[in-house]
Design a protein around this ligand. Sequence first.
Ligand SMILES: Nc1ncnc2c1ncn2[C@@H]1O[C@H](COP(=O)(O)OP(=O)(O)OP(=O)(O)O)[C@@H](O)[C@H]1O
Ligand SMILES: [Mg+2]
Length: 507
Amino acid sequence: MSEMPHSEAAPALELSRVVKSFGAVVALRSGSIRLQKGSIHALIGENGAGKSTLVKIIAGLYRRDAGDFFLEGEPVDFHSTAQSKAAGIAVIYQEPTLFPDLSVTENIFMGRQPTSRLGRIDRKAMKTEATEIFERLGVRIDPDRLTEGLSIADQQIIEIAKAISLDARVLIMDEPTAALSGVEVERLFAVARSLRDEGRALVFISHRFDEVFELCDTVTVMRDGSYVDTMAIADTTVDELVRQMVGRDVTELFPKLPADVGEDVLVVDGLSQKGVFHDISFTVKAGEIVGLAGLVGAGRSEVARAVFGVDPYETGSVTVNGKTLPKNRPAAAMAAGIALVPEDRRKQGLVLDQSVTRNITLAIRGRLAKWGLIWGGLENAASEIWSSRLEVKTAALDADTGTLSGGNQQKVVLGKWLATHPKLLIVDEPTRGIDVGTKSEVHRLMSQLAQEGIAILMISSELPEVLGMADRVLVMREGRLTGEFAREDATPENVMFAATAEQEVAR
Ligand SMILES: Nc1ncnc2c1ncn2[C@@H]1O[C@H](COP(=O)(O)OP(=O)(O)OP(=O)(O)O)[C@@H](O)[C@H]1O
Ligand SMILES: [Mg+2]
């Protein structure tokens, strides 16, 4: 561990050697960061390194056990999030924290509604301000609608709007781009830069190095709950950062192994749902990885969910191994051997107040049960296999899943579905929020599963992941299939063109 470089200007915020434990788990051993005004500071580290814990201490959500915390050179000690907000600190958390049965505007102004002269809540002023912020962000979201049912991307944008409306001098964003499309990311970056130019201090947490290098001027690396180093972005490289994060070299991000491609496992024919997707036909064969590319909102997740029977479709058919599946019957899809790793894993994939083991074995409990009883030994064995293959970092396998870091929770959901040994595995953004070391592990696993003859449909907004892993690339735009490329022909240019071009691309 090295010392932080010294700088002349008074830092906007500084944490030094901060410690935080939860029972026997030490989440932060020695967390340090020094934020300068007019700077965008990246905070990086592997899943479970302690980034979100550090953020939650700054936010007043957790209290530190030891260490120093200064705001503009003055020592501070927050007992609540209200205190940190009042001190001008805004935080966008990794997990959206919106109230589903309140409107978009109500969520943005939660707990600090402007009041009119008569002491009434000034709804008009709130709506006007919300509309102005959305305009600045270049997004169209109805300020009056309930947040229930909004996509993760829209929820994230509302969190960002909430932070902007606070007019904070320190703005912390914990993986804000994980659910955003390219255009939305660009808009967020433009807003971040203008806030920086106004002299505010920003923190940006991300597992995407391209974003870190594009947006940030400074970077702090954490490993195992401790500060490692702080550098100017201009003075470092991806390789150096990865080495500092992981403590070793990581190569081969996309270990695609050759696999024998067999018969059709999935045949989707003419699938349509009005206003969502239209006339979707494609196949996935045994041993094949098919990538489904496109912008966020192109309808890819909806098609996956329709195939799995959780979303409806009006016309068309879904056939698995020659058997046509009934509509809207996830149980039938599972029985036919389909597994779906959903995009919104917190909501659709995990039971947060149950153990890691319970969650990993959730979808195979029927199989583990003998005479109606589940033999604990089998359950533990399955959980051990998958948590070690995926490098799940947890104090214990019987710890509540909710206590794991964001990226480690993602790995648990992946493990849950991989444990089912499906015939067809549908993964929606398989490595979102997963750190660079484990990412290549997830890719290696997918490659191995394909070699074992499993058909894989992989939805991903990360172009390098699609191009690196897929035997065949399908592209969707505005609910339609607009391109299909063999691995050899799939270039960033033609995939992006099919994902964004105005006119239909010839298939
Ligand atoms: N409430 C809690 N109870 C117990 N352990 C916790 C709690 N919160 C965090 N931890 C543990 O502290 C460690 C650091 O977690 P943290 O969420 O800060 O990681 P992170 O760097 O944000 O990772 P990620 O990139 O996956 O989001 C993890 O090992 C996690 O399991
Ligand atoms: Mg985190």
